[in-house]
Each structure stands twice: as structure tokens, then as C-alpha cells.
Design a binder for this molecule. Sequence first.
Ligand SMILES: CC(C)(COP(=O)(O)OP(=O)(O)OC[C@H]1O[C@@H](n2cnc3c(N)ncnc32)[C@H](O)[C@@H]1OP(=O)(O)O)[C@@H](O)C(=O)NCCC(=O)NCCS
Length: 169
Amino acid sequence: MKVSIRPWTPDDAPQLAEIMNNPNVLNNLRDGIPYPYTEQDAADFIAAMRGADPDQTFAFAVTAGGAVCGSISIRRGANVHCCTAELGYCLAEPYWGRGIMTEAVRLTCAHVFARTDLLRIFAEPFAYNRASCRVLEKAGFQLEGTLRSNAVKNGVVLDMQLYALVRAL
Ligand SMILES: CC(C)(COP(=O)(O)OP(=O)(O)OC[C@H]1O[C@@H](n2cnc3c(N)ncnc32)[C@H](O)[C@@H]1OP(=O)(O)O)[C@@H](O)C(=O)NCCC(=O)NCCS
């Protein structure tokens, strides 16, 4: 199945709401995302991404076989981290395990490195999230270490894994 990334459009709100309205997805992400996740929440997110500074935020819908099935974004840091950016992503549960996010991460990082001065893209999955760690490894990220007790999610203290992909100089 062909995997692509493309900018969000307002018409994507129903699909995005379906992807996000799932505790199995949200439990692996940072807090602050509404649940239940409504079409209005999706429309607000899409509007924010479309209105964001195009040199700061790089947000894409992930499609497989033409259908929107995921969300991926890279956000530039500030101050001394202005050439560093954080990667985040999620995929609709029915699409898990088919290599889709690995391809989306590869496409997104290549796209951003080709068009910006960013030097480093990092991600911090929860350590238990082996699927996400594996995605990053398959996409060429290196494990730089374990961030011990770096998050409290749903009342549980969690380690995170720090992965990074650095531009070849
Ligand atoms: C994490 C997520 C993006 C993975 O996307 P995906 O398209 O299913 O990932 P891929 O199919 O490209 O690769 C998954 C890999 O993890 C492996 N994997 C899956 N579950 C695993 C587990 N419990 N233990 C070990 N490996 C596991 C798969 O076997 C595969 O590796 P392989 O190709 O070497 O066999 C998806 O599960 C998701 O959206 N989860 C919820 C949100 C989330 O976790 N976002 C990331 C936050 S950091």
C-alpha cells in the first residue's frame, strides 16, 4: 500500500477525529488532547496546523492507499534549540503493524531536512512503547539514552527513550 504525507485540509476532520477518538492511541501520547475527541477538536487542530508558521511547524496527514490514517508533525525548538525539532506521530489502530508509520517518518524527516536548516530531529516515546521505538529504529534514528522517570501518564511514572536523527553534515 502506498504511503504518503500531505498537508491537512479541512475535509480531513472526520477521519482525524476517528483516528484520535481511541484511548489506545491517546494513552501513548502526551496529555492535553481531548477525549472524547470530536470532529470540532479535529477541525480546530487542522486549522491550527494550517495557520502555523511554516518554518516552525511541519504537520502532515499520513495516507495509505489514498485514505487518511495518521498524523505526523515536527516542531522546531527555540533559543539554542532553534535547529532542533521534536517529532510526534500516531496512526489509526486498524492500520497498525503494516510498516506505515515507519515510511511516514522516513518521508517526513527527508522532507524537512531537504527544506530547512534543522540539524536534529528527536522523539521521546514512552519506554514501554516498543512499536514506536521500533518505528524510529527502522527509520534510522539512534537511541541516545533512557530518560528515567521522565513522565507521569495516567498516574503512572514512566521512563522515556530518547531517539534522534541528525543531519549528515
Ligand atoms: C506507534 C505506532 C505509530 C506504530 O505505527 P505502525 O505503522 O504500526 O508501525 P510499523 O508497522 O511501521 O512498525 C512497528 C514495529 O514495531 C513492532 N512492534 C509492534 N508491537 C510491538 C511490541 N509490543 N513489542 C515489540 N515490537 C513491536 C512491529 O513488529 C514492527 O517492527 P518490525 O517491522 O521489525 O516487525 C502506532 O502503533 C500508533 O500510532 N500507536 C499509538 C500512538 C503512538 O504510540 N504514537 C507514538 C508516540 S511516541
